[in-house]
Design a binder for this molecule. Structure first.
Ligand code: 5AD
Ligand code: SF4
Length: 485
């Protein structure tokens, strides 16, 4: 699916559509963290072109919807948003202000020209591997062309990202994403990712280190490595030897200023010994792991082409917990996959009870065109899916509440990221990825502080600074004080 394009010229500032200085772009992000990362990079590509970001749709000369195709609902949301945008575009046109509308991401990749046919308000459609060509695409769109750019050239995108990270740093928050791999070769039968994001490609080590060093120099304390199948990352070390994600994490921990590392999303089959050992040995690697299993039924796991059984998953979880006893597990579940019986669903509920999750995402199966699952017999009625989802979500919410409650009274390190909802409050993150509201002065934004958890809310924990020595940075050790769970 890879093709080379020669059409990748990056224009100097001001050379766009008659000069874009002072123009505004509104980027709306749907879906996964990879899209959040891509949206950030799009804004960076557009900044030298004279575009600043706005949060107000009506002010935007350029609107980009960075879309998700993983479930039907996600794609439908995009079309209803385009209906709303048509009105705004018309109103702005009456006031003599032209507006360009772009659809990016996985819906763009999957549906291509169909989008501008269904929603003529759209001026440009570009897939996840093409956003670095935005300046050129905008020139063509401003000239009146309907632009569709859905070629796959992931290497070119990675090269561009490397160039971009040399020009950084832009102002950054204390926590940042860093894409290390894209795409997937697993072909789970329900999933569009291998079609929309293409085959698995890892970013070279040198590029990743360069970007991580740039982020750390810009004040980033925590990096989350991203990839659809992040633990499939593989590269070549400086010694010429093959490196996996575990080795990469160890190397990243050496980068000055980087105190916390995370990665998502992992496939159970790619959790190798080195990665598990990293959870045992590295205080910088946060004790939290998103490890989707999707179903607890061997029959459904086989039909999903997950290539492992439920016992394999139990054994894996045991090994991970042995290496890192306080680690919080998270996962994804799909209910109502074609052919799922009551007994299969009971196996999923049983797996959840046996594993015990800190937080999870769960979904009704959604038929995605072009995937093998969509063509399977025994598609389940919506009502069955809804009932099962409600039952599963009740169990998962109970587990999440129990996990959060188990933090009450402990002291843990919190990365204070930004101002909180109330004056005098900051919002931060616990080692286990929980939001924590802490009474603390703004001067502590971007630092890691020991915090005593004094209350548990519905969506976040509440804490107060422990130790009282403002400004000092505690040693980072997420796993030392966790309560048993
Ligand atoms: N239907 C429902 N959920 C899906 N996911 C992926 N494809 C589908 C689908 N067709 C879920 C999986 C995956 C998460 C990102 O989205 O649980 O892990
Ligand atoms: Fe999709 Fe993940 Fe399966 Fe790859 S491993 S096909 S991204 S669900």
């Amino acid at each position: 699916m890879t093709s080379r394009s020669t059409n990748n010229k990056i224009l100097p500032a001001g050379e766009i559509a008659g000069g874009a200085a002072g123009r505004k772009v509104f980027v709306r992000t749907y879906g996964c963290q990879m899209n959040v990362y891509d949206s950030g990079r799009m804004a960076e590509v557009l900044a030298p072109q004279g575009y600043s970001q706005t949060e107000t749709l009506e002010d935007a000369d350029l609107v980009i919807l960075n879309t998700c195709h993983i479930r039907e609902k996600a794609a439908e949301k995009v079309y209803s948003e385009l209906g709303r945008l048509r009105k705004i575009k018309d109103e702005r046109a009456r006031a003599g202000k032209p507006t360009l509308i772009g659809v990016a991401g996985c819906v763009a990749q999957a549906e291509g020209e169909e989008i501008s046919r269904r929603a003529p308000v759209v001026d440009l459609v570009f897939g996840p591997q093409s956003y670095h060509r935005l300046p050129d695409l905008l020139v063509r769109a401003a000239g009146g062309a309907k632009v569709v750019e859905t070629e796959f050239d992931i290497d070119e995108k990675f090269e561009h990202l490397a160039e971009q990270s040399k020009r950084m740093p832009l102002a950054r928050a204390a926590s940042a994403f860093l894409t290390v791999q894209e795409g997937c070769d697993k072909f789970c039968t329900f999933c569009v990712v291998p079609y929309t994001r293409g085959a698995e490609v890892s970013r070279p080590l040198g590029q990743i280190l360069q970007e991580a060093e740039g982020l750390a120099a810009a004040g980033v304390r925590e990096i989350t490595l991203l990839g659809q199948n992040v633990n499939a990352w593989h590269g070549e070390g400086p010694d010429g030897r093959p490196w996996g994600l575990g080795r990469l994490l160890r190397r990243l921990a050496e980068v000055d200023g980087l105190d916390r590392l995370r990665y998502t999303t992992s496939h159970p089959r790619d959790m190798d010994d080195e990665l598990i050992a990293a959870h045992r040995d590295m205080p910088e690697l946060m004790p939290y792991l998103h490890l989707p299993v999707q179903s607890g039924s061997d029959r459904i796991l086989a039909a999903m082409n997950r290539k492992h059984g439920r016992d394999d998953y139990f054994r894996l979880v045991d090994r991970i917990r042995e290496a890192s006893p306080g680690l919080a597990l998270s996962g994804d579940f799909i209910v109502g996959f074609p052919g799922e019986t009551d007994a299969d669903f009971a196996d999923t509920m049983d797996l959840v009870r046996r594993v015990g999750y800190a937080s999870c995402f769960s979904f009704k199966y959604s038929q995605r065109p072009g995937t093998p699952g969509a063509a399977m017999a025994d598609q389940l009625p919506e009502a069955v899916k809804s009932t099962r989802l409600a039952e599963l979500q009740t169990l998962l919410s109970d587990q999440q509440r129990a996990f959060n409650a188990s933090r009450l009274g402990i002291t843990c390190d919190v990365l204070l990221e930004k101002k909180g909802r109330q004056a005098g409050q900051l919002t931060g993150k616990s080692p286990w990825l929980q939001a924590v509201q802490v009474d603390a002065p703004d001067a502590l934004i971007g630092t890691i502080q020991p915090v005593e958890i004094v209350d548990i809310g519905a969506n976040s924990l509440f804490g107060r600074l422990a130790g009282g020595q403002y400004g000092s940075i505690s040693p980072v050790d997420g796993s030392r004080q966790e309560a048993a769970f």
